[in-house]
Design a protein around this ligand. Sequence first.
Ligand code: ADP
Ligand code: DP6
Length: 329
Amino acid sequence: MKATAKAHTNIALIKYWGKRNDSLILPTNNSLSLTLDGFYTETTVDFQDSLTEDSFFLNKEKINGIAYERVTLFLDLIRKIADKPNLFATVHSTNHVPTAAGFASSASGFAALAAAGSKAIGLQLADHELSRLTRQGSGSACRSIYGGFAEWQQGTLEDGSDSYAVPIAEQNFWDVRVAAIVLSAKEKKVSSREGMKRTVDTSPFFKGWVDSIPADLREIKQGIEARDFEKVGAVAEANCLKMHATTLGAAPPFTYWNDITVSVMQTVQKLREEGIPAYFTIDAGPNVKVLYLPENEDKIVNTFRHLPGVTDVIVSKPGRGVTYTTEDE
Ligand code: ADP
Ligand code: DP6
């Protein structure tokens, strides 16, 4: 019982930042993302009656510890839905995510695992059911089921059954680009999981963040529908700044930015003053992602390649949703 699936990572334009239920991974706000073609994970899950436990190989290396635990706990969810509690699997996964780019591999990783695992065990899930399952591996991963723009609807039910992502606009709807600006500095990292928890528990700015989401969502959806790049970019950049502002109010306070992060942000603002529409967004790390239109690609790549402290610039187009390899059937 074997299946292989491929899933791309996604970048949030309206951020998921805060949980209302840590174990079910239920968020405090809706979020909205663009799936990216440049970064993906391919995962094969092979369930076999003869196995007595799961094993997990990432980029050909056998994984133990927390990363293994997260995978096997996730397979438990799949076994539970399929009512096959004693069926174990061998999982082989490859992350096609540039090394040290700080690009969240958990999103493409859990989306590919959910898709391959559920198919291998014989489940036939609708997209929203697959998204709901994926959410329980890593929240942001539930948006990677779809290509193009997707919205994770937080839902209101306590059991999380109405918390999953839905498609907003498909991959080919609009050719906007995202450049990942990779920085040389290696910061000690507060994971997104830990950072959002500390913020929810201690930051007085958290309420302001949550209250600001409905208006941002309304505006960005209007912007996407109208293919209004300035509107989408401006809302995404402001939303990112609000998310990062909450971390400064946490106890103890923290920030994901370093000096080069700030320099990239200032360069983006300078580009706009020169008439190039470009906007930034930043996740739980120092690297910056820059949104731009295809006609400005050369200018964007050249500008950031030459900025001190930048080691690489990796460009992405909108990516596709989850796909399956058929040879396994
Ligand atoms: P963060 O901790 O900020 O979420 P990442 O998004 O890079 O950082 O997540 C890294 C974690 O995601 C890994 O420690 C591992 O648990 C999980 N992960 C990454 N790639 C995969 C994969 N291909 N399959 C399953 N889990 C993965
Ligand atoms: C800043 O999805 O990594 O990237 O649900 O705890 O696994 P868990 O967190 P995760 O958080 C992502 C946070 C973010 C914003 C976003 O992607 O929406």
